[in-house]
Every structure is written in structure tokens, then in C-alpha cells.
Design a binder for this molecule. Structure first.
Ligand SMILES: Cc1cc2nc3c(=O)[nH]c(=O)nc-3n(C[C@H](O)[C@H](O)[C@H](O)COP(=O)(O)OP(=O)(O)OC[C@H]3O[C@@H](n4cnc5c(N)ncnc54)[C@H](O)[C@@H]3O)c2cc1C
Length: 419
């Protein structure tokens, strides 16, 4: 009998695992608790705004090779769009300075030699401070490896690391920041082009993946929440979904691609991150003025990144736990003031929406990094996937897809060895 593979969770990690397993002649079943796929990376119709929006603005960089491989494999490569070269607009509210960050394409960073291309009021040597992160031992916070103050820190390193780690950089794990540097900035502008899913996350990542998997006979069931895993003789022996159960043979495999709080409730003694960081997104229904950069970084504001869409302006604030108790109306008004300042729109607050994702990502601190588990578990037929597993990356689309690819690779490697 063909071994069966059960993937629990249809977020990007689960979909990526299924994508890589599907061509290998197994019966694959995906079980998803929600009525739709995508998890933290999806689009939905927002009734207040009267439009389809993403659950959060997601920014990728052209150095995110797994995300691009995923899109290529499902035939949706063209749905991740961005400028031809790395180009980020910035404004500092402290003094109104505006500049563009445009690293040159190749790995030798000659752009820092040009005062026209450097961040205003910064010196060449400031750009090399993060090299210390490359040598930092695992478990070292960024704040202990490099100086987290000064103009370049405030105007470049803090916005870059905060956005990618969703954790205040001073307290974040240096090795995660080092990986980001190696895979993007140190490769040059070619690996730093900002990319956004068009027209949205589901149309780019989720719907084409579901269509591709369906064509490979992968069966996906929604509203099927895994409530219990029965272990027997050191293996997963049964999956319970409420009133329904599925017997698992020792030759079958299970990929658990659920968030960490769910995984620890299902698997005994599983190490996993326990603290999380919020992300706040604010959306304003207004046609953007002509000539606005697609993405603007805001320094010394409440808003951190402004994204321009054809029908709205949208703001992301990372590590936003301090804003969880602020009334939504107050937040909308304060963030709109920042948007109006960047865009020079002299208009009262338009129709808005505030979305607070309380557990957007695990906190990228050394303590939480140390708790991230490997793909393989103590049970030979149970594998883990998810942005919170030990990918060496922060909780990102790139990390979740790599975790799914890795789970698939481990399963395929195991079956090759057992032939
Ligand atoms: C607001 C926000 C902004 C973000 N911005 C960015 C960004 O700019 N760039 C970037 O790269 N990343 C960003 N991320 C992170 C990115 O979205 C995540 O890293 C990625 O989507 C995680 O995918 P995953 O599959 O690991 O987990 P999830 O998406 O959490 O998937 C887990 C799935 O398991 C399902 N599930 C849970 N319990 C069960 C159960 N018992 N049985 C069956 N199914 C279950 C869930 O419904 C879900 O579908 C952002 C995240 C948020 C929330």
C-alpha cells in the first residue's frame, strides 16, 4: 500500500511541504482548521473598506529565493512585483529629511562611497557596524554585538531589522540578523529589491498553490481541526479531528504545520517559542497621490512603513505590542496624521481599518530562538514545519516556505534510505 502523508495546517509551510511531496507518488491529505488556506498569509474581503485586502502588508526581498521558487513551481512567479532595482524612499519626521536608499546591484557596496547615495548625515564607516553580527555567537542579542544608536542605526539598521525580525533590534538574536544580512544586503541591491504580492497574498501564494495541488490529486479538507494526536510504540498512531479519527500506519507520515501554541498542545515535551510580537496594520481608503513611492520607510514616526496600493494607503507597525491597548479610533487618527505628512494629503481621516495581529510572529529574541525545534521530532513519522521551527530565519514567508520544503526533503530522504 502507498504510504500516506498527512499535512496538518494549510499555511505556507504546510502548502510548501505538500508542493514538494506531491510529485513523488504518495497520497497526500491536507487538514486545515480554518475555512480557508493561507493562515497568516492571506487576503479577505473587508466590509468596512469594501475591498479585498491582505491580513497584513507583506514585504519580501528579491533575495528570498525559496519564496520565489514556490511561486515558480505553482506558476505564479509574475505575481510578486517590485521595482527593477533596489529602491526605498525614506522620511525622517525628526527634521523632515527625505532620501532614497538605492544600493548598487552587485555585492561590492560602492554606493556607500557616494554621499549622494548614502543616508543623509552618515559616514562610510557607520555602514560596517553590522559586520560584527556575522561573528556574534548564537544567543547574543544584536544590542550586545553592535552599537544600537546613532543616525545610521535610526535611519537604516533599526527600520530594516525591526521590519524583518518584528522585535526591537537591540534585544533580538544577532544570528538571525546576520542571516538576513548575508542573504540580502551583502549580496547587493539585486537581492534587496522590495517585492509585494499583486493583487494580493491569496491571489499570488494561496489560490495558485491550491489549484496546483488539486491538479496533483492532493486532497485538502477545510474546517478540520486536529484536536489530538495518539502516540503508540513511539509513533504517531492516530489523528483525532473532533468526532472523526484517522489511523496512522508506522509507514505513514505526518507533517505538523500549525502555529507553536497549537503544536505544544498536541505533542508532548515539544520545545517551541513561547512569546510573540504583534503587528499593527492601518488601511485608509483613499486614492494615492501621483508620484508617491510604492513603499516609504518612516523614521521617528508612529507609522513605520507606508505601502501604496491603487485604492488605498496602508501602514505597517512592527513589534507593536505597546499599541494593543490604544483605542482603534485614536490609533487611526494618529497614524493618519503620519500618512498625511508623508503624502502631503490635506484631508480629514478617510474610511479606515485597523488590524492588530497579536501573535503575528514569535519574538526573535535569543531565548525564543533557543526554543525553536528541528524538523524531525522524537517520533520517526512526525515532522514539524512552520516559521517558528529552526530555520535560521526570522518568522517570515521565506522561513515558513523553507521549513515546508525541509520537512518534505526529510520525508523523501527517509523513504529513500528505507528502500
Ligand atoms: C500582520 C503580519 C504581517 C507580516 N508581514 C510579513 C512580511 O512583511 N514579510 C514576511 O516575509 N512575513 C511576514 N509575516 C509573517 C508570515 O505571514 C508568516 O511567517 C507565515 O505566513 C507563516 O506561515 P506558517 O505556515 O508557518 O504558519 P501559519 O500561517 O500560522 O499557518 C498555520 C496553519 O495551521 C492552521 N491550524 C492551526 N491549528 C490547526 C489545527 N489544530 N488543525 C488544523 N489546522 C490548524 C491554521 O489555521 C493555519 O492555516 C507577517 C505576518 C503577519 C501576521
Amino acid at each position: 500500500m502507498t504510504a500516506r502523508i498527512h499535512v496538518i495546517g494549510a499555511g505556507l509551510a504546510g502548502l510548501a511541504a505538500a508542493l514538494r511531496l506531491a510529485p513523488h507518488g504518495r497520497e497526500i491529505f491536507i487538514h486545515e482548521a480554518a475555512p480557508q488556506a493561507g493562515g497568516r498569509c492571506r487576503s479577505y474581503f473587508d466590509a468596512t473598506l469594501g475591498m479585498v485586502i491582505d491580513n497584513g502588508n507583506h514585504l519580501l526581498l528579491s533575495g528570498n529565493h525559496a519564496a520565489q521558487a514556490f511561486l515558480r513551481e505553482i506558476g505564479a512567479e509574475d505575481r510578486l512585483v517590485g521595482p527593477e532595482t533596489a529602491d526605498f524612499a525614506f522620511i525622517d519626521f525628526a527634521n523632515g529629511a527625505r532620501w532614497r536608499l538605492r544600493p548598487n546591484d552587485g555585492p561590492i557596496p560602492w554606493w556607500v562611497l557616494s554621499s549622494q547615495r548614502r543616508v543623509p548625515d552618515t559616514r562610510i564607516r557607520d555602514y560596517f557596524a553590522p559586520l560584527a553580527l556575522l561573528k556574534a555567537a548564537k544567543g547574543t542579542p544584536i544590542g550586545a554585538a553592535m552599537v544600537c544608536k546613532g543616525t545610521l542605526y535610526e535611519r537604516l539598521w533599526r527600520p530594516f531589522f525591526l521590519a524583518a525580525l518584528n522585535t526591537e533590534p537591540g534585544e533580538a538574536e544577532a544570528s538571525l540578523a546576520a542571516t538576513l544580512l548575508r542573504e540580502t544586503l551583502m549580496k547587493g541591491g539585486r537581492a534587496c529589491r522590495p517585492l509585494v504580492a499583486q493583487p494580493g497574498l491569496s491571489a499570488a501564494f494561496i489560490e495558485p498553490a491550491l489549484a496546483w495541488l488539486a491538479a496533483q490529486n492532493v486532497q485538502i479538507t477545510f474546517k478540520r481541526r486536529l484536536s489530538n494526536i495518539v502516540f503508540a510504540e513511539g509513533h504517531v498512531a492516530r489523528l483525532d479531528f473532533g468526532h472523526e479519527s484517522i489511523a496512522i500506519d508506522a509507514a505513514d507520515q505526518v507533517v505538523l504545520a500549525v502555529p507553536p501554541v497549537v503544536a505544544v498542545s498536541l505533542v508532548p515535551d515539544l520545545p517551541a517559542p513561547r512569546s510573540f510580537r504583534a503587528i499593527v496594520n492601518a488601511h485608509f481608503k483613499i486614492a494615492p497621490p501621483a508620484g508617491l513611492a510604492p513603499i516609504t520607510g518612516i523614521v521617528n514616526g508612529l507609522a513605520e512603513w507606508l505601502f501604496v496600493f491603487p485604492d488605498r494607503l496602508s501602514v505597517t507597525i512592527s513589534g507593536a505590542d505597546r499599541l494593543l491597548d490604544t483605542p482603534r479610533e485614536v490609533l487611526a487618527e494618529r497614524i493618519w496624521q503620519d500618512v498625511a505628512r508623508v503624502t502631503q494629503i490635506a484631508q480629514p481621516l478617510p474610511t479606515w481599518q485597523i488590524i492588530r495581529e497579536i501573535r503575528a510572529t514569535f519574538a526573535a529574541t535569543p531565548e525564543e530562538e533557543a526554543r525553536r525545534p528541528a524538523t524531525r521530532t522524537a517520533f520517526p513519522n512526525l515532522f514539524l514545519a512552520g516559521d517558528w521551527t529552526a530555520t535560521g530565519l526570522p518568522a517570515t514567508i521565506e522561513g515558513s516556505i523553507r521549513s515546508g520544503f525541509r520537512a518534505a526533503a526529510e520525508i523523501l530522504c527517509l523513504s529513500r534510505n528505507s528502500i
